[in-house]
Design a protein around this ligand. Structure first.
Ligand code: SF4
Length: 381
């Protein structure tokens, strides 16, 4: 049975989307929806060599996600195909509305498709408005019929509440189960808060009716700073598909290019102490084991659902792989070394917090600092 050796998050730098969801975290960035295709500097074959099993030390879970609709990214099928041929397991994030490209993928060999899972973002209101609900559900069924895996995930947002009953009815009829729920986040806030106007008790009462173990797991760490030793950077990487620039996680202590020189080994170094307010995508990062002590859930289990006819959303081979953990194929440092590294980084962060710009950030927030910088630039111009 394959076991996960590395967790590779691949960012596809492309900003084209055919949907406009009001809760989309991309709208919190200045460069969103710019209609730009990636400027790939390396061929699909080269990227597969850069991320070969030999170079990574084993089989990887690879997540492919664009800053828009991933199926609309130029040549994305070629990169996906090469990475599957390399033996990795792929999670492909999509709104599942681009049938032509999906059909091309689903024509591949079943052995490859068994290792491919589509994270189908079920944007109910956009699908309804664009008359694409049937397209979405037919595409989900085609994925299962072709031997790949599909899991359906809805973003709980306040505007969706009046439609919950009809959404549930549609999901039970077409997916044999209710969708899982993620958490809508507000990237515009310093601490990346929940995106809702509801008091938390009401929010929980409404969305807990979906019985989503994925959402329940996510709620256990969302908005909580991770203080334990994290192996992101050693066991996982965040890689730009166009350039090969790789970070340890969404933020990083070191950056390297892993596509440039294939004869050079990748510098796998643990981040140690998380640099983010919280691990907002810990549903995969934590359940797959970036922090070994964080062992409350297995990724395959929380992505899966059992349908009314007893069949499952995830193929057994893929689910078993998703249920393995990084510490099974990687070696941990001894606890004393882990603690020493955490203490060292904590001290560095305390010193950095005394830097005047960082002090200002704490007083007026990131937006305030950006505003002050703009005023200074304007005055000096
Ligand atoms: S705790 Fe999560 S977000 Fe933070 S570095 Fe580790 S994996 Fe990344």
């Amino acid at each position: 049975m394959d076991k996960i050796k590395k967790l590779i998050l691949i960012a596809v730098p492309m900003s084209i989307c055919n949907f406009r969801c009001q809760y989309c975290y991309l709208t919190h960035r200045s460069e969103y929806y710019q209609n730009k295709q990636p400027n790939y500097q390396y061929s699909p074959e080269h990227v597969a060599k850069a991320l070969s099993k030999e170079r990574l030390g084993g089989v990887a879970y690879v997540n492919l996600c664009a800053d828009g609709e991933t199926l609309l990214a130029k040549d994305i099928t070629k990169y996906t195909h090469e990475l599957l041929k390399e033996g990795h397991y792929i999670e492909f994030v999509t709104n599942l509305s681009v049938t032509k490209i999906l059909d091309e993928i689903l024509s591949w060999d079943t052995e490859l498709l068994n290792r491919l899972e589509f994270k189908c973002s079920f944007h109910y209101l956009q699908l309804k408005e664009k008359n694409l609900l049937d397209t979405f559900s037919n595409n989900v069924k085609k994925i299962w019929a072709a031997g790949a895996s599909a899991n359906i995930e809805t973003t709980p947002h306040d505007e969706l509440i009046p439609y919950i009953d009809e959404l549930k009815k549609f999901a039970l009829k077409n997916f044999g189960a209710l969708p899982h729920l993620t958490i809508a986040r507000n990237d515009d806030t310093d601490n990346i808060e929940y995106l809702t106007n509801l008091p938390m008790a009401e929010y929980d009462e409404i969305w807990s009716t979906f019985g989503s173990t994925f959402w329940e797991f996510k709620k256990t760490f969302f908005t909580k700073k991770q203080e334990q030793f994290c192996y992101a950077g050693e066991w996982s990487l965040y890689v730009n598909l166009a350039t090969g620039n790789a970070n340890q996680c969404y933020v990083s202590r070191i950056t390297q290019n892993i596509f440039e020189d294939l004869s050079k080994p990748i510098n796998f170094k643990p981040i140690g102490r998380c640099l983010l307010p919280h691990c907002y995508n810990g549903h995969s990062l934590l359940s797959l084991g970036c922090i070994p002590q964080f062992d409350q859930a297995r990724y395959g289990d929380i992505r899966n659902r059992i349908k009314l006819d007893e069949s499952q959303w995830l193929q057994p081979k893929l689910k078993n792989f998703f249920n393995t953990r990084l510490e099974e194929s990687n070696t941990r440092l001894d606890p004393k070394t882990e603690n020493d590294i955490i203490r060292k980084f904590k001290r560095q962060e305390q010193l950095a917090a005394l830097n005047p710009v960082n002090l200002a950030k704490r007083i007026v927030g990131k937006k305030g600092v950006d505003c002050i910088k703009k005023i200074i630039r304007h005055k000096n111009a």
